[in-house]
Ligand binder design. Structure first.
Ligand SMILES: Cc1cc2nc3c(=O)[nH]c(=O)nc-3n(C[C@H](O)[C@H](O)[C@H](O)COP(=O)(O)OP(=O)(O)OC[C@H]3O[C@@H](n4cnc5c(N)ncnc54)[C@H](O)[C@@H]3O)c2cc1C
Length: 301
């Protein structure tokens, strides 16, 4: 069975976009292929004439610091993110979220860009990046622009970034600095391949012992990766303490849209996990903001 005819490894963003344009919708971006190839094989995505692989583009194959941002290229795998000391310290929730994806074989080839482009409501790297406040550099025949990541989710598994016409070239976010910390937790059923039930990530900025700003992402908690804006608004200016963290979880519960999934968890269980785990996630982000040194937890070997 032939699933594609041509496989391109362009050397620049421009070349990638030119190939996509030339194929008029019959070529598609690919990262590690850990989602895409299975989907094509199983008939969930149409076959393509060509695949365009940006992982060989110099400048998109690593993590850099530019204009006060940490910038992750489209070719960067979860393993590279997990092993980067800057990410450990300044994007801890992203390291923790990328660190639970699949097993080492998957993490060694799968990219954060692919995770975000897939736009699943519970994509782990996506939840971590959403809490970090990530922006995406999107390239197409119309040019290159930075877009707020949360505006790109159009539905379960649907992104406004059409991978037959557009590519995510880079992902960037402000690293956590002094008085800032982040944390990610995932509740899962460990049976061979882990079946995630619910995941959440939080980023906190402190002003003394008060919360100056926060970002809270939860998945799956709706049709798209979910930002708990009511809870974030509630936390602003409040004391960072257990009682406030518990109330923030209640606020988040008032805005999520949970579903029961036969193989994963009931709606009620997910609700209970948010009630219990979100205050713990917030407290961990707070401790990291206060303590300075962040040591990621739960990262797979
Ligand atoms: C055994 C196994 C376990 C897994 N476990 C998890 C898990 O625990 N958590 C989790 O979140 N995911 C999991 N996944 C799913 C998958 O590994 C991740 O979503 C991964 O990050 C996808 O990245 P990729 O580079 O392989 O994407 P690909 O499969 O290459 O692409 C995914 C989608 O993104 C598009 N795309 C890729 N790169 C770009 C780009 N630069 N610009 C525009 N569009 C692009 C593709 O066209 C496709 O639609 C698992 C997969 C397997 C096989």
């Amino acid at each position: 069975m032939v699933y594609w005819k041509d496989y391109f490894t362009p050397k620049s963003i421009e070349e990638s976009v030119k190939i996509l344009t030339r194929y008029k919708g019959t070529a598609r971006m690919i990262g590690g292929g850990t989602d895409l190839l299975l989907e094509i094989q199983q008939g969930h995505r149409p076959k393509v004439d060509a695949l365009v692989d940006p992982t060989h583009i110099t400048g998109l194959d690593g993590i850099s610091e530019e204009d006060g941002y940490l910038v992750v290229g489209a070719g960067v795998t979860h393993t590279v993110i997990v092993n980067d000391p800057r990410m450990e310290q300044h994007a801890t929730c992203l390291v923790e979220s990328c660190g639970v994806i699949g097993g080492p074989q998957v993490r060694n080839v799968a990219t954060l860009a692919g995770n975000i482009a897939h736009a699943l409501p519970a994509g782990d790297g996506t939840i971590g990046a959403l809490a970090m406040g990530a922006e995406l550099q999107v390239a197409s025949s119309e040019g290159v622009e930075w877009v707020n990541m949360e505006t790109t989710f159009a539905g379960p598994g649907e992104s406004t970034i059409d991978p037959t016409r557009m590519m995510i070239a880079r992902i960037r976010f402000k690293p956590t600095g002094d008085n800032e910390g982040s944390s990610f937790r995932r509740v899962m059923r460990p049976q061979g391949v882990a079946l995630p039930m619910i995941a959440m990530a939080a980023r906190l900025s402190l002003d003394g012992e008060k919360i100056a700003a926060s970002r809270i992402a939860i998945g799956p908690a709706g049709k798209v990766p979910f930002l708990a804006v009511r809870a974030m608004e509630f936390l602003k200016g409040r004391d960072a303490c257990d009682n406030v963290f518990r109330k923030a979880a209640d606020m988040a519960l008032s805005e999520v849209n949970l579903r029961s999934s036969r193989h994963r968890a009931t709606m009620e269980y997910r609700e209970e996990m948010i009630r219990i785990q979100l205050p713990i996630t917030l407290k961990k982000a707070f401790d990291r903001a206060l303590g300075g040194k962040a040591v990621p937890e739960g990262v797979g070997a």
